[in-house]
Design a protein around this ligand. Structure first.
Ligand SMILES: [Zn+2]
Ligand SMILES: [Zn+2]
Length: 277
């Protein structure tokens, strides 16, 4: 296993070490696997080979969040029981061009943009209206990123454990409210410090910097962050140097921050009191 992956597993096993809230409550383990961590860019590397997608495993559920072009003809290796989409850009939904072996969840705008895809089981979700898949609760939160392909992030929870998945974001409205009570933020790694934002009237499009997202987390008292959907400078860079830079930027915001690489896996223990760090 590559250094990046084992390091992430070790780190999160340590910090996620927790105690059950009540002795009689069963402890469930939510396993997150970073299937892919590459953004919509030309380059790829061993650590960032495929478009960003996260597999959420809980009991019998295997929920894949996003399914970009790199996942076309690869879904049989993932065997998802559900696919949840953040938006309709090709690096998030292009892998569904030949349909899906399971229900596909997305907003009305996302499904409309994918109308030409032969998806047989479409589930339309509404932002801010919670829904559940196999015991895992989701709530979509609208974010600014694209006018043509409106995007959402997801608050994902099992009992008292929760994380927020937001691979593409220009601006998160009211971060303190959106991220309240979140144990882990998984964010947009398109750019470390260089702005990739553009204005369209009053709207912002593009990608917020990792630095800006860490500031949102700090404001919302989120203490852990991982960045996926990596941009060209990160994918081309030395993985150890980039990891160290993200950790340093995290420290400046009193956050435990990491770079995600393809194959990285971490376990969140449900029904637990979060350990203070
Ligand atoms: Zn993207
Ligand atoms: Zn996008």
């Amino acid at each position: 296993m590559k250094a990046g992956a084992s390091e992430l597993i070790r780190t999160f096993d340590e910090i996620m070490e927790t105690k059950p809230q009540h002795e009689d409550e069963p402890t469930g383990v939510l396993t997150l696997t970073f299937l892919g961590t590459r953004g919509e860019i030309e380059v790829r590397s061993r650590q960032h080979r495929r478009h960003s997608a996260l597999l959420v495993e809980y009991k019998k559920a295997r929920i894949m969040i996003d399914c970009g072009v790199d996942w076309l003809r690869q879904l049989q290796t993932v065997e998802p029981t559900a696919i949840v989409l953040t938006h309709a850009h090709p690096d998030h939904a292009g892998g569904l061009a030949r349909g899906a072996p399971c229900p596909v969840y997305g907003t009305p705008e996302t499904h409309a943009l994918l109308a030409r895809f032969p998806i047989s089981d479409r589930r339309v979700i509404s932002p801010e209206k919670p829904f559940a898949i196999g015991g895992v609760r989701f709530r979509a939160c609208r974010v600014e990123h694209s006018i043509r392909a409106p995007a959402v992030g997801y608050r994902v929870s099992v009992t008292s454990s929760s994380f927020f998945y937001l691979p593409d974001v220009a601006r998160l409205p009211d971060p303190s409210k959106a991220l309240r009570g979140i144990g882990l933020y998984i964010g947009d790694g398109a750019t470390l410090r260089r702005s990739m934002l553009r204005s369209r009237g009053r709207a912002l499009i593009g990608h917020a910097t990792i630095t800006a997202q860490l500031a949102w987390c700090a404001k919302a008292h989120v203490r852990r962050a991982i960045f996926t959907h990596c941009g060209s400078p990160i994918v081309r860079g030395d993985v150890r140097l980039v990891s160290a830079t993200i950790q340093k930027l995290g420290c400046e915001n009193e956050l435990d921050a990491h770079l995600a690489c393809d194959g990285d896996r971490l376990h969140l223990i449900a029904n637990v009191t979060r350990k203070r760090v």
